[in-house]
Design a protein around this ligand. Structure first.
Ligand SMILES: CC(C)(COP(=O)(O)OP(=O)(O)OC[C@H]1O[C@@H](n2cnc3c(N)ncnc32)[C@H](O)[C@@H]1OP(=O)(O)O)[C@@H](O)C(=O)NCCC(=O)NCCS
Length: 162
């Protein structure tokens, strides 16, 4: 069962795969241009095999699940990557995405990292607007990034020393 603590909770993707896949499918249905992961196994592979990421859920103040996200924290690099951020369509535009990204920044600073990067489809205008609103800048445009024929932007945010 998923933890109920408000805010971020690190979880095992394998042990909570059905709940994560249900939320991912709901978000994908509502948002074109995010990478479709068609089966629970595809989601598990993407998060744990294709990428070695840590996955967290975010609960609202009553302990209800509002989203999940994954972070790649490479040992020998000065950055972390937010691989995946997914807010339940019923809970979007309520500030949870921003809270999650602030949590990722805190985690990065604590790990001594200098910046955060992420990748999003160039057609995903809502996500690009979201990232720009919290200080991210487009640094690169990459064709066929996930081998799905789609072009993606890489965005970055430098972390201040504070
Ligand atoms: C993109 C996403 C993570 C944003 O999370 P969120 O919780 O809805 O965003 P927040 O409420 O924290 O928004 C913060 C600010 O970002 C901007 N923003 C967020 N969503 C936006 C949208 N759909 N259109 C325009 N601006 C948006 C706004 O400036 C917003 O502030 P405001 O609501 O006071 O105007 C979320 O909508 C989501 O999960 N989308 C589907 C999956 C996805 O595309 N993930 C990113 C793939 S890389």
């Amino acid at each position: 069962m998923l933890p109920k603590k408000p805010g971020a909770n690190k979880i095992s993707v394998e042990e909570n795969l059905n709940e994560l896949f249900a939320l991912d499918a709901k978000v994908t249905q509502a948002s074109p241009y995010i990478l479709p992961l068609e089966t629970p196994e595809a989601l598990l592979n993407f998060l744990t095999k294709d990428h070695k990421s840590d996955t967290y859920i975010w609960n609202d103040s009553n302990g209800n699940l509002v989203g999940f996200f994954s972070i790649i924290n490479p040992l020998n690099e000065a950055l972390i990557e937010v691989l995946n951020i997914c807010i339940d369509p019923d809970s979007q535009r309520q500030g949870y995405g921003k809270k999650i990204m602030l949590f990722a920044e805190k985690l990065a600073r604590e790990a001594g990292k200098k910046k955060i990067k992420l990748v999003t489809n160039i057609k995903n205008t809502p996500a690009i607007t979201f990232y720009k609103s919290i200080g991210y800048t487009i640094v690169q445009e990459i064709k066929n990034y996930y081998s799905d024929g789609e072009t993606r932007y890489m965005l970055e945010k430098s972390l201040s020393e504070k």
